[in-house]
Design a protein around this ligand. Structure first.
Ligand SMILES: [Zn+2]
Length: 127
């Protein structure tokens, strides 16, 4: 990968990281609200659940973005963590924070191998 390409992906990743961090900080709306109206309560519970699911997805994404920036720093960015093959630029353009080439990603989605679990703990400690 050329320096120019690296810079391009870095810009995208930094912007995504800033966007996600900001979004995650403004999440006080998950606070539990009490209402005497049963219908409202059902609706609120649904909204809360949706908010929590979004939060979950966003923090997951943020973790991947941070991981990609860390790999950029240590020079392993753009290489599949599973098979060590180079990840295709087309895939990086679509998902710049990906850890895996398309083949390994599909295998991971089918749970054919364990993607790293320890990473989450490491990042929690580093945060
Ligand atoms: Zn791979």
């Amino acid at each position: 990968m050329t320096q120019t390409e690296l810079e391009k992906y870095k810009g995208v990743l930094e912007a995504k990281k800033a966007e996600l961090s900001k979004g995650l900080r403004n999440r006080e709306d998950i606070a539990i609200e009490k209402t005497p109206d049963a219908l409202d309560e059902v609706q609120l519970a649904g909204e809360r659940e949706l908010a929590i699911r979004n939060l979950d997805r966003e923090s997951n994404l943020l973790r991947n973005v941070r991981g990609a920036l860390a790999r950029m720093a240590d020079g392993s960015y753009g290489t599949c963590l599973h098979c060590d093959e180079e990840i295709k630029p087309k895939r990086l353009d679509a998902v710049p924070w990906t850890k895996y080439c398309i083949r390994c990603q599909e295998a991971a989605d089918r749970h054919e191998f364990e993607s790293e679990i320890g990473e989450f703990i490491d990042e929690l400690l580093a945060a």
